[in-house]
Design a protein around this ligand. Structure first.
Ligand SMILES: Nc1ncnc2c1ncn2[C@@H]1O[C@H](COP(=O)(O)OP(=O)(O)OP(=O)(O)O)[C@@H](O)[C@H]1O
Ligand SMILES: [Mg+2]
Length: 289
């Protein structure tokens, strides 16, 4: 595309530290482990997946003013993502401990990712759609700043895409408050997984967005819209290695197809499934082609 049409993702850029500990963590002594470091953060994941899929993507957020922040931003640039950020504090790390049963336990330190106190310069330039994980709306100052940015985006006739992010995030906010927040934002697209949709009590008539997309892992994706209910089966994926970032890649494939390629809903879901499949066959949240 020669005309710049940008998918702008507002939220976290952090490090994912994945600790494979086959014997689990033996408290108070040593445990053997393999430790992998990957770039993470839901908003950054969507931007990177969109760029790798041939889209034009921008990452917007507050990034730690440290070497890790420099390193994470360099990885975004290498992936072809445009950057509009503020810098302060220290970068966050999310530690995922994976035990011998593939059970995951998370230790979450977002560092200064939530300290977005103002919209970074040029954040909205040429934007076709702003994508926001609900993670970005949990606490001030990021919540207030992001809501203000979304209001501004609406005034520029820009699309708004929201990801429900996690049942934990919704439960912490309170289901009623989360529903009110989504209704206030009135997104064009709302992405949620099966559990998030259930918790938010989403139905086709009460779908909280113009179009609501419900992901169900290996099961069919369901889309609620004015047109009714559409169901799209997911092609089986052999050797699933790590589902981290599957939902973010899904959103990226969908948004690139809708906003940059003017694709149909069916084409957008097909691209979403394709990009998610490329993500779950590799460690970390970045799709592999
Ligand atoms: N086992 C699987 N087999 C095939 N595709 C899968 C599988 N798991 C996930 N996917 C793909 O990834 C997409 C998103 O997965 P899922 O339903 O787990 O969303 P999510 O819970 O938002 O993901 P995340 O854990 O990244 O937040 C699915 O719609 C599907 O396309
Ligand atoms: Mg998700």
């Amino acid at each position: 595309m020669t005309e710049e049409v940008v998918i702008t993702c507002v939220g976290d850029l952090v490090e994912d530290v994945i600790v494979y500990a086959p014997e689990g963590v033996r408290v108070g002594t040593d445990s053997p482990a393999r430790v992998e470091r990957h770039r993470g953060g839901s908003a950054a994941n969507v931007a990177v997946a969109a760029a790798l899929f041939g889209g034009t993507a921008r990452y917007v957020g507050n990034v730690g003013h440290d070497l890790l922040g420099d390193h994470l931003l360099a990885q975004l640039s290498t992936a072809g993502v445009e950057i509009a950020v503020t810098r302060s504090g220290r970068s966050g790390s999310i530690v995922a401990v994976v035990d011998g049963n593939a059970e995951r336990s998370f230790l979450t330190d977002r560092g200064s990712a939530g300290d977005l106190t103002s919209a970074p310069d040029g954040w909205l330039l040429h934007t076709a759609v702003v994508h926001v994980p609900t993670y970005s709306l949990l606490a001030d100052p990021m919540r207030a700043t992001t809501l203000e940015m979304l209001d501004g985006a609406r005034g520029h006739n820009v699309g708004i895409s929201l990801d429900a992010s996690s049942t934990g995030a919704i439960a912490d906010a309170g289901v009623g408050a989360a529903r009110d927040l989504i209704e206030r934002i009135a997104p064009d697209y709302l992405f949620c997984n099966h559990d998030e949709a259930e918790l938010l009590r989403i139905t086709q008539p009460d779908r909280l967005a113009t179009v609501t997309i419900i992901k169900q892992g290996a099961e069919a994706t369901v889309v609620y819209s004015d047109a009714g209910v559409d169901t799209y089966p997911v092609a089986p994926v052999d050797d699933v290695v790590d589902t981290t970032g599957a939902g973010d890649a899904f959103a990226a494939g969908f948004l690139v197809t809708k906003f940059q390629r003017a694709g149909s809903q069916a084409a957008a879901v097909a691209a979403a499934h394709h990009l998610a499949a490329r993500t779950i066959i590799a460690h970390g949240a970045t799709p592999r082609f």
